[in-house]
Design a protein around this ligand. Sequence first.
Ligand SMILES: NC(=O)c1ccc[n+]([C@@H]2O[C@H](COP(=O)([O-])OP(=O)(O)OC[C@H]3O[C@@H](n4cnc5c(N)ncnc54)[C@H](O)[C@@H]3O)[C@@H](O)[C@H]2O)c1
Length: 268
Amino acid sequence: MTDSLFDLSGRVAVVTGGMGQLGSAYAAELAARGMQVAIFDRETEPGSGVADLSSERIRSFEVDVTERAAIERATDEVVSEWGVPHLLVNNAGIDAPPDAPAAEVGPFEDVPEEAFDRVMDVNVKGTLLCCQVVGRRMAAAGRGSIVNISSIYGLLSPVQSLYDFRREVGETFVKPVAYSVSKSAVLNLTRYLATYWAQSGVRVNTLTLAGVANEQPEAFVEAYEARLPLRRMAAPGDYVGPIVFLASDASAYMTGANLVVDGGWSAW
Ligand SMILES: NC(=O)c1ccc[n+]([C@@H]2O[C@H](COP(=O)([O-])OP(=O)(O)OC[C@H]3O[C@@H](n4cnc5c(N)ncnc54)[C@H](O)[C@@H]3O)[C@@H](O)[C@H]2O)c1
């Protein structure tokens, strides 16, 4: 029996950041459900340990989401080959890398402007540009679903004590502010666009996630899991169902919302 509520076959998706840990899991599952999937990523090869992207329904486009011309070019190709996308998942995102220069993970008072701008550029402006370029075509077609990815750190402050293990070995480490600010901005970009496009048939929602296990130091994982009601970090598969739900007609009456899938993190 096919379930028409969740049926995505024959539809077209754009997944930004699809070469990464979570985006590759979304792309693989959407393709398995019969969607044509365009990955917009500045990388054209999958990173190690990511989901299998060998499906012939998946195509990769080299796109930096901070560059409008590149998004336009790739979107035009997708439209001419497969038609106007039904789904856009704004998943490309960056945080300060684990080996970030000391100043970037130092006290808030001294965070370098350039580090703040870099994160805001990808996480906020990149999301906005993809919404402009792909959303415009969806609105003209009179349908579409946009999913903007946020984080519990965009809803709530990071818990700085989770990083005590770094301080205990003499490092200065403050979880930087830019990621949190950028992921909060996504929440209201979503609401703004949900109302802006409500009459055009384009739904816009946020999916808010908690941390995914990815070979983090044991001390971090222990502290993180102790803070989580479900007592485990997420696996990429935990977020695939919510993506399918937001992509499909099962969420037809949902727009401007924030679906929080966080193992209970925000419940206490
Ligand atoms: N992993 C987590 O614990 C977690 C938790 C909450 C939210 N999120 C969010 O989920 C999303 C995916 O996270 P992930 O863990 O899979 O990250 P990841 O680093 O594995 O993948 C991110 C992908 O985005 C791409 N990317 C980065 N900058 C880009 C740019 N300018 N243009 C195009 N592509 C670009 C990278 O090349 C990479 O393939 C991010 O938005 C992240 O903030 C992740």
